[in-house]
Design a protein around this ligand. Structure first.
Ligand code: NAD
Length: 509
């Protein structure tokens, strides 16, 4: 497909400034931290990174605000999040513009990201009246045994570039109704959307009478993130990003006995069984593997196909890949926008070279696009690569659109291949055989935090708990009972009799 023409950096700067102005943000001009767009690969504005002193002040302020916020009734805390959700809805289009400009997402995915923020706010408002503890049958007469849930403290949220706003909202909306205050360190690659979100939350706090310091934003790279990791005032570090980052953050938080919630890399696979509805499978696979230019943690990276249908399916995929419109993410016909940087492009090229050296055959894609018009940007054709074995590069997460295709003969083999990678985020099976589907979802099936049937690996709803196992970090965010990570549990024993009876019949006269 022909690539579309790109907007200029000046156009994009003007569009970003208009969106920010409509949202009400005055951008503080500075140096040292550029706001950049992957659409042209050029800088839009200069900002200033936060300092260690800013971080110290932010932590002192959010800690002080916590002391008031924790005793504010949860449904009233929900009022703040309700107001935030309303303003996100009001500014949906402008926020989506900023997501496209800074992360390069196509328009419908950028709008989808903002919708996800609105959805989690609505979920959190409902949750603010449902922070249930249990009453447990006591073994002693005249006693009540119960558990209560209390706010935890300051939550430090560190987020990645690829969901620059939604990941913040999953954490922040839930943390706020749980009675925590939040310090956010977004990706250094997406400061403008972060300023916009922080501004809308500050305004919601003002309008609902919540403490001004329920939330603070710190801009900058990993060094500013490290201040959150190491500071004992941060009760919970919720960090989303690469496994490399999690490997550094997890042990440091643990060393001070802090709590961490890690949402790290994935190497997600789908099994395609002989009975699969192939029309549906092709659609699901192409969206999951090439959508967001392969830059979702849940992107489909490995396809495990039954040998009898592999050749036909691969041909259909390669044909679909060749038709993917690549280019300007603001153009309504584009399905694949840019990679975040030329470094990501180098990573993709390196992975393809390694796959080839391992005997892999590139069946479609892999070439750079638009290098003449946008030499600093990184547009690529999503690639399909057939490999004989799951070794080397196939076991790694390359944050780019590469789909490795492997074949299997028995379901046991497919599941073994599926689980034999270090990551454990998202998975799926395409089958019309109920027995196969249930085995895949069972204890002996997929070992991931997300396991789907007849739908791809990406695009989760906020109602379920989101996260994965093994090198994905084990954390769960968003819906279901993920809120518990943001609170502390107390077990309460109340003796309402006039006798002291000890547990386990212990006698101590
Ligand atoms: P990254 O690891 O480079 O950065 C993520 C964030 O961590 C950034 O804000 C960065 O500044 C910060 N950071 C990095 N090292 C740090 C350190 N030592 N201490 C404190 N902070 C540190 O990731 P990225 O390139 O922005 O995002 C892509 C990665 O994120 C992929 O691996 C993707 O799978 C993963 N991701 C996972 C999820 C999930 O929910 N599991 C969601 C989105 C992205």
């Amino acid at each position: 497909m022909p690539s579309t023409a790109l907007p200029t950096t000046d156009d994009l700067r003007a569009r970003a400034l208009t969106a920010l102005e409509r949202i009400g943000v005055t951008v503080p001009e500075g140096t040292g931290l550029p706001a950049r767009t992957p659409i042209t690969g050029e800088n839009l504005l200069g900002l200033t990174a936060s300092t260690a002193c800013d971080a110290d002040q932010a932590l002192a302020a959010t800690r002080a605000a916590f002391l008031t916020w924790r005793t504010t009734p949860a449904p009233r805390r929900g009022e703040l999040v309700r107001r935030l959700g309303e303003s996100l809805r009001e500014h949906k289009s402008d926020l989506a513009d900023l997501v496209t400009i800074e992360a390069g997402k196509i328009r419908s995915e950028a709008l989808g990201e903002v919708q996800e923020m609105i959805d989690i706010c609505e979920f959190a408002v409902g949750l603010s009246r449902q922070l249930y503890g249990r009453t447990i049958a006591s073994e002693r007469p005249g006693h009540r045994l119960a558990e209560t849930w209390h706010p935890l403290g300051v939550a430090g949220v560190i987020s990645a570039f690829n969901f620059p706003a939604a990941v913040w909202s999953w954490n922040t909306a839930i943390a706020l109704v749980c009675g925590d205050t939040v310090v956010w360190k977004p990706s250094e690659l997406t400061p403008l959307i972060s300023l916009a979100c922080a501004h809308l939350l500050a305004r919601a706090a003002e309008e609902t009478g919540a403490p001004r310091d329920v939330h603070r934003l710190l801009l900058g790279d990993r060094t500013i993130g490290e201040t959150l990791v190491d500071d004992p005032r941060v009760a919970l570090v919720s960090a989303t990003g690469s496994t490399r980052m999690g490997r550094e953050v997890g042990p440091r938080v643990a060393a001070r006995f802090g709590r961490s919630l890690l949402e790290l890399g994935g190497n997600n696979a789908a099994v395609v069984a002989p009975s699969a509805d192939l029309d549906l499978a092709v659609q699901g696979i192409v969206f999951a593997a090439a959508g967001t230019a392969g830059q979702r943690c849940t992107t489909l990276r490995r396809l495990i196909v039954h040998r009898d249908i592999a050749d036909g399916l691969v041909e259909r995929l390669a044909a679909a890949y060749r038709k993917l419109p690549i280019g300007d993410p603001f153009d309504g016909t584009t399905l694949v926008g840019p990679l975040i940087s030329t470094a990501a492009l180098d990573g993709m090229r390196d992975a393809l070279a390694r796959a080839r050296a391992q005997g892999g055959e590139i069946l479609a894609g892999g070439d750079r696009r638009l290098a003449d018009t946008a030499p600093h940007a990184a547009y690529v054709e999503p690639a399909v690569v057939r490999v004989a074995e799951q070794t080397g590069v196939v076991r790694e997460e390359t944050f780019a659109p590469i789909l490795y295709v492997l074949t299997y003969d028995t379901l046991d083999q497919a599941i073994a291949l599926h689980n034999d990678v270090p990551q454990g985020l998202s998975s799926s099976i395409f089958t019309r055989d109920q027995r196969e589907a249930e085995i895949f979802l069972s204890a002996e099936g997929s070992d991931c935090g997300i396991a789907n049937v007849n739908i791809g690996t990406s695009g989760a709803e906020i109602g379920g708990a989101f996260g994965g196992e093994k090198e994905t970090g084990g954390g769960r965010e968003s819906g279901s009972d993920a809120w518990r990570a943001y609170m502390r549990r107390a077990t309460n024993t109340v003796n309402y009799s006039s006798r002291l009876s000890l547990a386990q019949n212990v006698s101590f006269p």
